[in-house]
Design a protein around this ligand. Structure first.
Ligand code: DP6
Length: 400
């Protein structure tokens, strides 16, 4: 048991991001280098975040990690890659003469504890927030100030986009060593204050194919994926940046939906095929198109990752009516849980015209609940020592 105070304890938080131009496929499995660039929206940490504490001490005899209170195997290759990278950057910084040499602390073992403020069971991608938070927290504890894209990326490709707030692109880069495969902010979170995000958590019966294995099979078998990456994504990246810069919701929404559909088309073109969308996902897609057709323009857009949950983008003036439409099409099965979590949404009645447009074929319980959120900032350092997840002995504090 450790007897002394850890030399350094840091706690940080990091956000979830949702890609509107999807990353799918690696050209280098080891370095996690993608076959195409991608662009994402960082979600607000008030609703979804990972919190991570890292502590280093000469008393620690091995690196250890606890996720959501359970100790995990620190030997996992991706975790090891992150630890190796951060220590390499710390060594480089010191040998570059930036700081008084502190050779010992670099050899100290690290203890890491990490928790999500959202249930993993909801099937929301937590690896991006998790690895971004790990990279950011380790950088603070080891005194690394350089670009952290590489560290986060080695944990999970999409994690490098969670290092920034607002709108973020991951440039695929060209180099074999991956040095130019980095995340960059396209616009800060303050840029488009009206943009809102609704996560429709749908019931899933089975665990889908993981992204890592899924995209590997796609790269090996789908000619459509190669065509998408080489011939389509470059222009879509430029167009999506323009949509964000000019806050052009109609074009943003349309391209977001088309990119999501195209990603799922490449999954179907994978052999054996992969399918992430469920019947409920397809009903959400129909609902969005009915809603937009009723209004005569793109007021709402969907996107789906490697799972059945829908992520909806819309503007603040449309949230209440769209949530009412979701309630109409997917009458909540209330199990004492709140159907609507996150940002408050005023209940509004649906017009008879919209009800008629949506049709009378409701699916009770298809959507389990909605998380209403918005665009948010990047990782944060928490100054309050009370926020640390590790106690002075370097072990997880008992959950309050
Ligand atoms: C569909 O980043 O989870 O969410 O790099 O193998 O860890 P690995 O994959 P991961 O893949 C994310 C895929 C996606 C699209 C996206 O976020 O861009």
């Amino acid at each position: 048991m450790a007897s002394e105070e850890p030399v350094e304890v840091v706690t940080c938080t990091a956000p979830v991001n949702i890609a509107v131009i999807k990353y799918w496929g690696k050209r280098d499995e080891e370095l996690i280098l993608p076959i195409n660039s991608s662009l994402s929206v960082t979600l607000h940490q008030d609703q979804l975040k990972t919190t991570t504490t890292a502590a280093i001490s000469r008393d620690f005899t091995e690196d250890r990690i606890w996720l959501n209170g359970r100790e995990e195997d620190v030997g996992q290759p991706r975790l090891q890659a992150c630890l190796r990278e951060i220590r390499r950057l710390a060594r480089k910084r010191r040998s570059d003469g930036h700081e008084e040499p502190l050779p010992l602390s670099l050899s100290y073992k690290v203890h890491v504890a990490s928790v999500n403020n959202f249930p993993t069971a909801a099937g929301l991608a937590s690896s991006a927030a998790g690895y971004a938070c790990l990279a950011y927290t380790l950088a603070r504890v080891y005194g690394v100030e350089s670009d952290l894209s590489e560290v986060a990326r080695r944990g999970s490709g999409s994690a490098c986009r969670s290092l920034y707030g607002g709108f973020v692109e991951w440039q695929m880069g060209q180099r074999a060593d991956g040095k130019d495969s980095v995340a960059r902010q396209v616009a800060p979170e303050s840029h488009w204050p009206e943009l809102r995000v609704l996560i429709l958590v749908v019931s899933t019966e089975r665990k889908p194919t993981g992204s890592t294995a899924g995209m590997q099979t796609s790269v090996e078998t789908s000619a459509l994926l190669r065509f998408r990456a080489e011939a389509l994504v470059p222009a879509h990246m430029a167009e999506m940046s323009r949509c964000v810069r000019e806050r052009d919701f109609q074009a943003f929404g349309q391209l977001t939906m088309k990119d999501s559909n195209q990603f799922h088309a490449t999954c179907l073109d994978t052999f054996p095929p992969i399918s992430y969308l469920s019947d409920t996902s397809r009903r959400v897609i129909r609902l969005v198109h009915c809603f937009n057709a009723h209004h005569g323009r793109t007021k709402v857009a969907y996107t789906f990752d490697a799972g059945a949950n829908a992520v909806i983008f819309t503007l603040d003036d449309t949230v209440a009516e769209f949530v009412a439409a979701v309630r109409h099409s997917f009458p909540p099965e209330l199990n004492g849980d709140k159907f609507l979590k996150g940002l408050p949404v005023e209940p509004v009645p649906l017009s008879d015209e919209l009800k008629a447009a949506l049709g009378a074929d409701p699916t009770p319980g298809g959507v389990k609940y909605i998380i209403a959120t918005q665009v948010g900032p990047g990782p944060q350092v928490l100054d309050d020592p009370g926020a640390h997840l590790l106690g002075p002995d370097g072990l997880p504090k008992p959950a309050a």
